[in-house]
Design a protein around this ligand. Structure first.
Ligand code: AMP
Length: 622
């Protein structure tokens, strides 16, 4: 808790140097909160009115304006006003091409950078630097409130944010002059805001339904002994209150402005329609009818009309809830609490549908716009060391692994593993004297890396010359609490080491993630066939290398018959390896193995015998 003490001698307020604050960097609104006297508080602006800062940036001739004033400029000067920037964080032009027409500003894709940029008057801004402007504004706000400089923060992100989106959020913090102590998942923060999980004895399963302006996610958390464990997540980064607004806009267009050709192209007209649509939606959370005027045209909307137009969208969120529950292996009766997060959960149809699905009352006591920031403040307080015994765990949504021989995906950290996590596996070389090993890192569920997403690659070089199969190469994946991956490769005999931190160029959306998962299920059978063949080929190639080495090393005592027979079986195997029939490859391997196993045993016996001065293994045993 942030305590303020007064130095009576000097009459000065002693500041709490060890203060960490929580920031919810939202698609539509952002806010900052801190803990005082054990209570989380969202900070209002100087006017004492709003805790919410619209996540909108306006470029004036000289200044950068953020928040309410920038929101006003959406109508007056949409060309210089940027909103929904969180949707673009860590994304490429391709990712958002289809969405571009709904933005009032110009998005460009420069050749030298795969990440999207926004053009304002010939100047290019990255979503990171724009997010940093919002963070700077929040930094100033909390500094004015607490009358001291603030640097340490916790920033929340949607549960589905991938590593590059998390990294982009971190970078935005750094650019704003902040030290980001932790990136926390929004649902985890929401549970913390309700104080759930702060007591060691508590055991609960919680569903967090978060419908903001631009993103939706649902997370199922298991909370036990002060540990927060996200057991499943589902959602859609392209679904939120903005889409409700769009439905209203379309409805009004067809009802009142069907002949107006510049409906979308007259930017300031379109933006004023947008603002009225949002107003209508908000009003319909507490009334049954909305009426206003745009120009001379009176426009209306009733709650029944609104419910009808958004029913499909709300249903999509319920489908996500179903999938999250299925993934968690739970049914509604297993859920102890349902927490509602995000401004759009004020919509009556949303509340009703979620309550019906989970068959229980839902938590709406805290302001749904502030819940995440309040929870971030609680987490910040924990990190400041002011609240002991609370740990946070999350999960990784897709498997992480490396490419092995034949383009196979070898999973090192599997999907739904709790993070932070550190897992390692041992590999070896496939060629005698191999000096370098290329390590390709992939994310996804398919058996072949070509179907998965490449995150990066690096080369472990200077491996001392050894026969194939002898080097022991340990590959370690370290996934930190923010979902950032470090991959280390080490040849254990020589201690040669190499590592990389994976900051992928740009992220993948939930749609892509869901597609990757679906594809892996759809193609499971054919993937397995290809995998079995590749594995047989890998094993066959290893046997060929080892057998050829064996023939070379032991030719002095092997009989001609043994040499000839082994060579011919080897030839048969090599022939089969050129084909694509795994059964024939396996049969050829078995024939070679069956014939050479007793010879190999004899060879081993001879080696031991000579090193023991003539005694055979059998003689020692008896
Ligand atoms: P967030 O991203 O959590 O800040 O959510 C903001 C979204 O909530 C925007 O789409 C708002 O229009 C919406 N919203 C805010 N207040 C209300 C309300 N009273 N009724 C319906 N939607 C609201």
């Amino acid at each position: 808790m942030a305590k303020i003490s007064i130095n009576l001698k000097e009459g000065a307020i002693k500041k709490d140097e060890n203060i960490v604050v929580g920031i919810d960097l939202g698609t539509t609104n952002s806010l900052v909160a801190y803990v005082q006297e054990d209570k989380a508080l969202a900070v209002k602006g100087k006017d004492g009115k709003n805790t919410l800062v619209p996540s909108i940036i306006h470029f004036d001739k000289q200044d950068v304006i953020v928040g309410d004033k920038a929101k006003l400029m959406l109508v007056e000067d949409p060309e210089h006003t940027i909103y929904s920037v969180k949707r673009l964080l860590g994304k490429s032009y391709e990712d958002i091409e289809a969405y571009q027409q709904n933005l009032g500003y110009r998005i460009i894709d420069q050749d030298d950078d795969a990440l999207v940029k926004i053009e304002v008057d010939g100047t290019y801004h990255s979503p990171i630097s724009l997010s940093a402007e919002i963070l700077k504004y929040l930094k100033k706000r909390i500094e004015e409130e607490l009358n001291q400089e603030i640097q340490k923060v916790v920033i929340t992100v949607p549960a589905y944010f991938n590593d590059s989106q998390r990294q982009a959020t971190r970078d935005a913090g750094k650019l704003a002059g902040l030290e980001v102590l932790r990136i926390v998942n929004e649902p985890t923060a929401a549970a913390l805001a309700y104080g759930i999980g702060l007591s060691q004895e508590e055991e609960k399963t919680v569903a967090v339904y978060d419908l903001g302006g631009g993103t939706f996610d649902v997370s199922i958390l298991n909370i036990s002994g002060g540990i927060f464990d996200v057991i499943s997540t589902n959602g859609d980064t392209f679904l939120g209150g903005d889409d409700f607004d769009k439905k209203i806009i379309e409805f009004w267009k067809s009802r009142y402005f069907s002949t107006r050709e510049d409906f979308y192209t007259d930017k300031s007209f379109y933006q004023s329609i947008r603002i009225q649509a949002e107003k209508a939606k908000k009003m319909l959370s507490t009334s049954s009818k909305f009426t206003t005027k745009i120009g001379n045209q009176e426009i209306q909307l009733t709650i029944d009309e609104f419910d009808d137009m958004i029913r499909g969208l709300v249903e999509r969120t319920i489908e996500s809830c179903k999938m999250a529950m299925e993934d968690a292996g739970l049914s509604p009766k297993d859920i102890d609490e349902v927490i509602m997060v995000g401004g759009s959960t004020r919509v009556p149809l949303v509340r009703k549908s979620v309550g019906n699905f989970f068959e229980q009352n839902i938590h709406i006591d805290l302001n749904p716009d502030e819940v995440v920031a309040l929870g971030a403040a609680v987490q910040a307080n924990v990190l400041a060391g002011k609240q002991e015994g609370v740990l946070l765990l999350d999960i990784t949504p897709l498997s992480l692994g490396i490419e092995t021989m034949g383009g196979l995906m070898d999973v090192i950290i599997s999907r739904n593993t709790k993070i932070p996590a550190s897992l390692a596996r041992e590999y070896t070389t496939s060629v005698d004297g191999q000096k370098n090993l290329k390590i390709g890192v992939y994310q996804g569920e398919r058996d072949l890396v070509e179907h998965n997403r490449k995150l990066g690659e690096f080369i472990l070089s200077n491996i001392p010359s050894m026969p194939a199969g002898i080097p022991k190469i340990q590959i370690q994946f370290i996934l930190d609490a923010d979902g950032i991956l470090v991959v280390k490769a080490k040849e254990l005999r020589s201690e040669v080491e190499q590592s990389i931190t994976i900051k992928s160029q740009y992220g993948i959306s939930e749609e892509e993630m869901a597609k990757m998962l679906l594809d892996s299920i759809k193609n499971a059978k054919s993937d397995m066939t290809v995998k079995a063949l590749k594995e047989a080929v890998n094993e066959g190639n290893n046997i060929v290398v080892n057998s050829e080495r064996f023939l070379r090393q032991h030719s002095s005592w092997l009989s001609d018959e043994q040499k000839n027979k082994m060579s011919s079986l080897l030839g048969e195997l090599k022939e089969q390896l050129k084909g694509e029939n795994k059964d024939l490859i396996n049969q050829a391997m078995t024939r070679l193995n069956d014939y050479s196993a007793p010879i190999a045993h004899e060879a081993m016996d001879r080696v031991i015998q000579s090193s023991l001065g003539g005694k055979s293994v059998d003689k020692i045993d008896t």
